[in-house]
Write a protein that binds this ligand. Structure first.
Ligand SMILES: Nc1nc2c(ncn2[C@@H]2O[C@H](COP(=O)(O)OP(=O)(O)OP(=O)(O)O)[C@@H](O)[C@H]2O)c(=O)[nH]1
Ligand SMILES: [Zn+2]
Ligand SMILES: [Zn+2]
Length: 512
């Protein structure tokens, strides 16, 4: 619960209540002392003006009065103070219980709905971001039920702010009831590091998918193809709604649209700029009647050299909470595949072959993934992993791995090969095995409980040869999204997936 001091007024019972109690007790004692002093004074005066008899009489009288004040006054003060303390404690307890219930309800809602904030800049996860007071711009680092208020709090400037997801306080610029999610927010981690990252998350459910792989395997092309087709085809077909995240992300989408139209991939600018984060996210909201609250998609494009060079200092925090990983593979960076197909490759394709050290990938990709990401073995084991063999348009690779081969195999044994995606997964595993990637396959099987292989062509043809014609891009993302979110799973059912592909237990045993 709130431990940081907040720029807001504390609840009476936790702040002024103490002071008022202190003053009451002090005041009562002071009044007692004043009375005692008066009686002492009476004695003093009597001593100087009265005869001995009267003086003794008055002395006894005043001493009795002093004793009376000391005993009865103290007793009354004590009783009154005790009642005062009891009342204060009772109210403190009521407020405490009140904000504990409200706090627990708020937390339970956020956790149950899987709502959190994944900063699109530093990737830090937080349950409650830092909210900004709309009037004085003060930063409320913990806008939750607390000693500053149960359902609302008063900012130092006098503005009332809601402290839970369910109670509205005040109105928005548009005149609607204002909930906590309507307040402007920033990332507290970025702020501590000296920059202000505005968050537009609005208590949504994030779906975070990093797209990883060696250099030039086609990660950017894959994200381009997915984003454009998802936003322009899948979302309207399902009667969902797309909403932009902010200006930066809209600009990324404009670039995606240009790339998509020209068949290009934009240069990854961050490669040369070591000050910039080595991963950027493309983020957008998906809204619809099914999604309450709406979904916030973050697809991370991570510079290829993060996985091939050793100079990465930045921990990619998004892996700790990501819902699944898309690992893109350039088949032509496998030496035996390249040897076999090189004569069939176009000059553009040869120029674009991933220059990742393939042995590095086979032997240390997973170790590196853990080094770079800080993912524990346990987390890594449970995160769904889609391994996507890209560029299958080149050199007719679709002939080996595409729909035709899948259907042909299914015909040979319809009982055994009864699911298209499982057969595609099997063909991909077999392909990698045949081309000497057996240890890579083993590593995947051992390290990931949930893995599935896919084949795709992000661009659909060589670079720069006109508009993208993606094939097989949506399926891996559909699989990952459905694994990430049960509502997605119920509402996005374009492809039929089994729970686990039959070949995921190991390829050797299958033998065709
Ligand atoms: N033929 C063909 N080429 C592709 C495809 N996808 C990507 N490429 C080519 O592969 C090269 C690298 O693509 P990018 O998308 O920039 O790869 P990347 O993994 O994002 O690269 P870095 O971020 O720089 O590591 C480019 O020359 C693309 O034209 C595809 O589906 N088919
Ligand atoms: Zn941040
Ligand atoms: Zn304020």
């Amino acid at each position: 619960m709130a431990t940081d001091p907040q720029p807001a007024k504390k609840s009476y019972y936790f702040d002024k209540g103490y002071k008022d109690l202190e003053n009451t007790v002090k005041g009562a004692w002071q009044r007692n002392f004043v009375s005692i002093k008066e009686y002492m004074n009476n004695i003093k005066i009597s001593k100087s003006v009265d005869d001995t008899k009267t003086f003794i009489f008055k002395l006894i009288l005043n001493l009795l009065a002093i004793i009376g004040v000391l005993i009865v006054g103290s007793a009354i003060t004590l009783v009154l103070s005790t009642i005062n303390i009891a009342v204060l404690l009772a109210f403190m307890a009521i407020v405490y219980i009140g904000f504990t219930i409200a706090w627990t309800t708020d937390r339970a809602y956020l956790l149950r709905k899987k709502i959190f904030t994944a900063c699109h800049e530093c990737k830090e996860k937080s349950l409650i971001p830092t909210y900004i007071c709309p009037t004085c711009k003060e930063k409320h680092t913990n806008l939750t039920p607390s000693v500053y208020g149960i359902l609302k709090r008063t900012c130092n400037c006098g503005e009332m702010l809601p402290t839970t997801f369910f109670k509205d306080v005040g109105i928005t610029d548009k005149g609607d009831p204002r909930f906590r999610r309507d307040l402007k927010a920033i990332c507290h981690n970025c702020w501590n590091e000296g920059r202000e990252t505005k968050l537009t998350d609005r208590e949504t459910v994030p779906i975070c998918i990093p797209v990883v792989g060696g250099r030039s395997v086609g990660k950017t092309a894959f994200i381009n193809a997915f984003s454009k087709d998802f936003i322009e085809k899948v979302i309207p077909a399902k009667k969902w709604e797309y909403e932009r995240y902010n200006d930066d992300k809209s600009n990324i989408y404009k670039q995606i649209e240009v790339d998509y139209q020209t068949g290009d991939v934009r240069a990854t600018s961050r490669v040369t700029d070591t000050n910039k984060a080595s991963s950027i996210s493309f983020s957008f909201f998906v809204k619809g009647d099914e999604f309450k609250p709406e979904r916030l998609i973050h697809v991370y494009d991570i510079a290829g050299e993060v996985f091939t060079d050793n100079n990465e200092n930045e921990i990619q925090k998004q892996y700790e909470y990501c819902h699944g990983i898309a690992l893109i593979i350039d088949p032509f960076s496998i030496p035996s595949v390249r040897n076999k197909y090189e004569s069939d490759l176009s000059p553009e394709d040869i120029a674009g072959i991933g220059i990742a050290d393939i042995n590095g990938i086979v032997n240390s990709f997973l170790i590196k993934l853990r080094e770079v990401t800080g993912l524990s073995d346990k987390k890594m084991y449970s995160v769904p992993l889609a391994i996507v063999i890209n560029k299958a348009d080149s050199a007719g690779l679709f002939n080996e791995l595409g729909e035709g081969s899948v259907n042909a195999l299914m015909k040979t044994d319809p009982d055994k090969y009864n699911n298209e995606m499982d057969v595609q997964d099997y063909l991909c595993r077999k392909f990698l095995e045949e081309y000497g990637m057996g240890s890579f396959l083993n590593n995947i099987t051992i390290k990931f409980k949930n893995s599935r292989f896919f084949v795709c062509s992000a661009i659909g043809h060589s670079r720069g040869k006109g508009v993208y014609k993606p094939e097989g891009v949506m399926e891996p993302m559909e699989w990952l999204f459905r694994k990430a979110d049960s509502i997605m799973d119920r509402n996005w059912q374009d492809t039929n997936f089994t729970k686990h592909p039959f070949a995921s237990k190991g390829i050797e045993e299958q033998g065709v």
